[in-house]
Design a protein. Structure first.
Length: 1190
């Protein structure tokens, strides 16, 4: 047998399913530290039933479940399965393959499976007991545990050796036998106590049983006498009952006929009531319709007036638009005329410029000719003056000065001309600005007046809108209040219906019966008529009176017969649902007051009537109501009650305020904070009131909603009008702002121009002064030249000079004329620019006016369209008013018809009511007779029932049972008389207190006593058998342990010498006299050493000694497989060689699985599994078969 495979899922670092397959040879498992090698050892220990989490290197057992990593979620369970090859039938009771599975969940739930069959832990331990793989097995050595074998205390070492020598099964059987022995001993002690107690009870019960038998015999004789006496009396009463029943049947027949007559008359009366209710409903609907039509008519009239007002307002706005269009068109024509005038002026100035330019051109030509002539004369003069160079030099200088002065004069003259032209232009601009300012101011005043008018309209529209909004809020508030009231009424009605449906206002017992009614048999369900409070209708003014008279009797349930009451009471008792008073109609006495008495009561002041006559109820429950209220007198007040009480002593008197005068003299009165039980009577009225109030609210809601819609429509129209006026007001305000801004700009521009003109005029004056000074300087130079020429030149020179002066004078005149033409042309150009600018402004104004005209035309068209729509609406409303008036007339005709019909039905109802009262009077007479018969029947029934109750109380037997009992008895021996009954009763009395149950108790105690005696004898036998078994097991264990232990000592010594190459080792008893309980000691001495204690050995020596002991165990009791985890870690190469050599020698007997880091150990392995762990924290496996590479 060997380990064939190991499969792990979620166990420690093996998150994913991993399966390792082994052969029967040596297999090695290698891998770096922390890769999960030792987890394989832990997995095998765990699946074989290891219960110590510390042995598995954890704090708790759930730690073996994979706890997750940064890259993998934790697992919810751990599962390990090993598969064993059992083909050699190592375990004969199992098949060729054995699978062992253990599964643990996070919740702590653990399961074990053998070949997929669920088993207990003890069954797993039992399978592997004495195989080295059990609880204290030696075939699985964990990491670092090899030295623990030799470091173990003697008792621990003994438990390991017990596994090796094969007495674990014996031990288990002994432990189970010891438990059975303790249990048997405990049971025997308990039964011994029970026997003593039964003996103590048995003796007195024996005497009591004898006395009880005598008592029962006397009782039986007395029963016979009682039964015969009862039978005679019962037969007499039965005969009287039959006679009374015949009279009752005849009376009931008469009453039934009267009931049918009353029922038919009542049905007729109800039909008339239904007809009247329908007429009233139709009348009410007609009135509501009339009110609705009237309201609609009023609303239509209001809408008509509103639309007519709207038409008038729209017409006025259309006329206003047309007037505005005319004004704008007139302004446009005026501007067009101004524009045409400016065009003519511009053309005139352009013609004048052309003329001036032509004349200027002629003057410029003349100036050129003058210049040429001056040059020629100058040449002549130069020739004449060539003799005098100094004079000529002075002349040249003077000429330069003259040229300079002339240039300065031209500049100054040009500046003066420019200044004068600017001044003139600015004056023209000021003039135009003043004209524009006056026009803008006039327009501003017009717009301001228009804005004031619009503001007044806006104020009126706002006030109207505010009034409408207030009205809308008020209507919305009223509608919300009405809807809240409607919801409250519906909630109240729903609650009342729920109370009625579930009987929540009744005591638990009544409520339970009524709620269970539907699940009862049909006959019972039909017989339950309901609580009193639900079957009567009390007028509002009698609520307190009837409530006080009835009290909690309103909770009583009316049923048809006694059988129904009995059935319901049994159910109440069975379900412990409470107590209820039932009123069976067939069993109630007649409490009705006679007519003569009623007539007598009527003479008292304040007398209102008998309570049963003042309320409404169905005829079939009349007996119940009569029994409750038939003798209750209702009066007006306390004084009236006091007066009646003095004359009438045997009736209950109740006032309208609820004071009660009882027949015995007691008076009850007062009032609690709230009405108690009053709602029991007025629930239907309250429902009707809720319904009526809700209908009224619906009507009011409809009216208010219509009013709200009308107001909202008016608000919409008013808002549209207000927004239109506001938009118009905004336009006017914008125009006013623009005009104001324009006036401000024109005014500021004129002020700036005036300042500029003043400055330029001052500059012009300064330039004129400068011009005069320069002119004067030039004239001085010219005069000096003339003097020089007059002194120095000859007559020829004088003539030339005269000609030159004349030419200079012409040139100057020509320059002046040209300058004049330039000034005039400049003035004309400035005028043309100004006129063009003015024409552009006028064109812009014309365009703006055209846009305004277009906008006003669009506005007028929209108003015309609205006007036509309003006219159509007005016609529709007029048509609607005509139809509403017609409907109003129809409603009036229907109202007249309903009035006539109602009066006819009232007359028929009055006649029918008279018939019903007549029938009721006859029924009262018959009921009086019936009540007398019922009283007689009741007396018979009472006597009869007393007899039955007497028999039931004494013997729990009814008449039928008594008849049956007497049939089986011999009557000749019995003499019935009072003296015989008294003697029998005296004998029974002399017996004193008798425990009738003592007979049965004695029989029961006696049987238990005999049964317990037998049990005690069985336990005694069982105890002796178990003690014998324990002795046999101990003998077998002692014999086997001693034999196998000696073999183990020999094997351990041999293996030690072989692995150490000498030395000695031994196992010994700590207490040789007590083989079964003695601890086991171990001593070892390696070659050449004389060690007193094992603790003095080196780590390698300890490991080798433990390995020797392990191999001795395997030699004594070979295990199917052996797993060792790093046992070679402390060994040197020489010891590893010895270790591996010995493994080769014994691996054919046991499969070895080695977890190691040593290369020398790997050399002997047939297969190698490599364990690695990546960054994921999950162990992975790689397998290698050495045979594939050799």
């Amino acid at each position: 047998m060997y380990l064939k495979s190991l499969r792990m899922v979620g166990f420690k670092s093996f998150a994913r399913a991993v399966e390792l397959t082994f052969n029967s040879n040596i297999t090695a498992i290698i891998g770096p530290n922390g890769s999960g090698k030792s987890n394989i050892t832990d997995a095998i220990r765990w699946v074989l039933g290891e219960q110590s989490s510390k042995s598995l290197r954890g704090k708790q057992m759930e730690d073996v479940i994979f706890s997750g990593t940064d890259f993998h979620n934790p697992m919810g369970y751990a599962e390990v399965t090993i598969l064993l090859d059992n083909s050699d039938q190592y375990f004969k009771e199992f098949p060729d393959e054995i699978s062992i599975t253990r599964r643990l969940f996070k919740t702590g739930e653990s399961t074990y499976l053998i070949n997929n069959q669920s088993v207990r832990l003890r069954e797993v331990h039992a399978v592997f007991a004495d195989t080295g793989l059990g609880k204290n097995g030696y075939s699985i050595v964990g990491q670092g545990n090899i030295e623990n074998i030799i470091n173990s205390d003697p008792n621990t070492l003994r438990s390991i050796i017990e596994e090796a020598v094969g007495i674990v099964n014996y031990k288990s059987r002994e432990n189970e036998a010891q438990k059975e022995l303790k249990s048997a001993q405990s049971n025997m002690e308990r039964i011994q106590d029970l026997i003593i107690e039964l003996e103590r009870q048995r003796t007195p019960l024996s005497k009591q049983a004898e006395k009880a038998k005598r008592y029962l015999d006397l009782k039986e004789k007395l029963r016979k006498i009682d039964f015969i006496s009862f039978q005679k009396d019962y037969q007499v009463l039965e005969a009287k009952k039959l006679e009374n029943q015949k009279a009752l049947d005849q009376c009931n027949s008469e009453i039934s006929k009267l009931k049918i007559a009353i029922h038919d008359a009542d049905a007729q009366y109800q039909r008339l009531r239904v007809q009247k209710r329908k007429i009233l409903e139709s009348k009410k609907e007609n009135n509501l319709l009339f009110e609705e039509i009237s309201t609609n008519n009023i609303n239509s009239e209001k809408n008509k007036a509103h639309i007519e007002e709207q038409l008038h307002r729209t017409k006025f706005e259309i006329n206003s638009c047309y007037d505005r269009i005319k004004d704008l068109s007139s302004q446009r024509e005026d501007n067009q005329k101004k524009l045409n005038g400016l065009v003519v002026e511009i053309q005139s100035l352009q013609k004048d410029n052309n003329r001036l330019r032509r004349e200027q051109s002629l003057q410029q030509k003349q100036g050129i000719q003058n210049e040429q002539a001056i040059e020629k004369i100058k040449e002549q003069l130069a020739k004449a003056q060539g003799l005098d160079k100094n004079l000529q030099s002075n002349r040249e200088k003077n000429k330069d000065k003259i040229a300079k002065y002339e240039s300065e004069l031209l500049v100054i003259e040009e500046k003066i001309n420019n200044r004068e032209q600017n001044i003139q232009n600015k004056k023209n601009t000021i003039f135009e600005n003043k004209k524009n300012y006056e026009y803008a101011r006039t327009k501003l005043e017009h717009n301001q007046q228009f804005a004031v008018d619009i503001q007044k309209k806006l104020s009126k529209a706002q006030q109207s809108l505010n009034r409408l909004n207030d009205k809308e809020k008020k209507l919305s508030s009223q509608i919300n209040r009405l809807r809240n009231d409607q919801l409250l009424l519906r909630t109240r009605a729903s609650y009342i219906k729920k109370v009625q449906r579930q009987y929540l206002d009744y005591v638990p017992g009544t409520r339970w019966v009524m709620n269970q009614k539907e699940s009862m048999p049909k006959e019972i369900k039909r017989s339950i008529l309901g609580p009193v409070g639900d079957l009567i209708e009390v007028p509002d003014d009698l609520i307190y009176a009837v409530d006080s008279a009835l009290g909690r009797k309103t909770q009583n349930i009316i049923v048809d017969d006694v059988e129904t009451a009995r059935y319901c009471i049994e159910l109440l008792k069975k379900n412990k649902a409470g107590r209820v008073t039932f009123l069976p109609l067939s069993n109630l006495a007649n409490n009705q007051i006679s007519i003569s008495e009623k007539n007598r009561f009527a003479n008292f002041k304040g007398y209102l009537g008998i309570a049963s006559d003042l309320i409404k109820y169905s005829i079939e429950i009349k007996p119940a109501i009569q029994s409750l209220l038939g003798r209750v007198i209702v009066v007006d007040n306390f004084n009236a009650a006091r007066q009646m009480r003095r004359a009438i002593k045997y009736y209950m008197i109740v006032t309208l305020d609820g004071e009660i005068f009882y027949a015995g003299g007691a008076i009850v009165g007062g009032r609690q904070k709230e009405k108690q039980n009053a709602y029991l009577y007025n629930k239907k009225d309250e429902l009707n009131t809720c319904d009526k109030q809700e209908k009224e609210i619906v009507i009011q809601l409809s009216e208010k909603v219509k009013d709200l819609e009308a107001v909202q429509e008016l608000i919409t129209q008013q808002q549209e009008q207000y927004l239109a006026l506001k938009a118009q007001s905004e336009d006017v305000k914008r125009l006013i702002f623009e005009e104001k801004h324009k006036c401000k700009i024109l005014k500021e521009s004129n002020a700036d121009l005036v300042k500029t003109i003043d400055l330029e005029e001052k500059e012009c004056c300064q330039l004129n002064v400068q011009y005069s000074e320069v002119k004067k300087s030039k004239n001085n130079i010219i005069e000096l030249i003339r003097k020089n020429e007059h002194i120095d030149n000859s007559d020829n020179q004088k003539n030339i000079q005269n000609q030159l002066d004349l030419l200079y004078q012409k040139e100057k005149e020509n320059d002046r004329v040209i300058s004049k033409y330039n000034i005039e042309i400049a003035k004309n150009n400035e005028g043309i620019k100004l006129k063009k600018k003015q024409s552009e402004i006028i064109k812009d104004q014309i365009d703006q006016l055209m846009k305004k005209v277009s906008a006003k035309k669009n506005c007028s068209e929209e108003l015309e369209l609205a006007y036509q729509k309003d006219k159509v609406r007005l016609n529709a409303i007029k048509q609607s008013i005509f139809l509403l008036q017609k409907q109003e007339n129809d409603c009036k005709k229907k109202a007249s018809f309903f009035e006539i019909s109602e009066s006819k039905i009232d007359e028929q109802m009055e006649n029918t009511d008279k018939k019903i009262r007549a029938f009721n009077h006859q029924q009262v007479l018959q009921n009086e007779e019936l009540n007398k018969l019922k009283i007689a029947a009741h007396r018979i029934s009472t006597v009869k029932q007393n007899l039955i109750d007497k028999m039931m109380s004494r013997y729990s037997m009814n008449p039928t049972m008594i008849d049956d009992w007497l049939k089986n008895k011999k009557m000749d021996e019995i003499f019935v008389n009072k003296s015989s009954i008294q003697k029998m009763e005296q004998k029974i009395k002399l017996l004193g207190n008798v425990n009738v149950n003592a007979i049965e108790e004695y029989e029961e105690i006696n049987q238990r006593y005999l049964f317990v005696q037998n049990q005690y004898a069985d336990l005694l036998k069982s105890k002796r058998r178990i003690e014998t078994l324990i002795q046999d097991l101990q003998h077998e264990m002692t014999k086997k342990f001693d034999c196998e232990f000696k073999r183990l000592q020999t094997y351990f010594s041999q293996v030690f010498r072989e692995l150490f190459g000498g030395g000695k080792a031994n196992l010994f008893y700590i207490d040789p006299q007590n083989i079964l309980q003695s601890g086991i000691g171990l001593e070892a001495q390696p070659p050449g050493k004389n060690l007193k204690q094992l603790s003095l050995m080196s780590g390698g020596e300890k490991a080798m000694t433990a390995i020797c002991l392990l191999f001795a165990f395997l030699k004594l009791n070979p295990s199917p497989f052996c797993i060792v985890d790093e046992v070679d870690a402390a060994l040197d190469d020489q010891n590893i060689y010895r270790f591996t050599t010995y493994l080769k020698k014994i691996f054919n007997q046991t499969q070895f699985i080695l977890i190691t880091h040593r290369k020398n150990t790997l050399k002997i392995c047939d297969s190698i599994y490599g364990i690695s762990m990546t960054n994921t924290g999950i162990s992975k496996i790689v397998s290698v078969k050495i045979s594939d590479y050799t």
